[in-house]
Design a protein around this ligand. Structure first.
Ligand SMILES: [Zn+2]
Length: 76
């Protein structure tokens, strides 16, 4: 997917890295929009970072908030 980093100096690989970071940021934004859209479809919403594991955002539904990564669950 990404071109091989050239070995001819720092400039080329820095540019390469910047392009990769840009692309990752775009992908992350797309995923964020998609997840929020999915949550809306399910009448849920995406909350804060899980305070227990930091590995996912909390999903809020119907007075309950839970973490899809560690299953931390609290009522709100
Ligand atoms: Zn968690």
């Amino acid at each position: 997917m990404f071109p091989q980093a050239r070995r001819d100096g720092g400039r080329a690989s820095n540019e390469n890295l910047r392009n990769r970071v840009d692309e990752l940021e775009r992908t992350q934004r797309r995923l964020e929009h998609t997840v929020r859209g999915l949550a809306r479809e399910m009448e849920a919403s995406v909350g804060c970072l899980c305070p227990r594991c930091d590995e996912a955002y909390m999903i809020q539904t119907d007075g309950v908030m839970y973490c899809p990564a560690c299953r931390n669950r609290t009522s709100i």
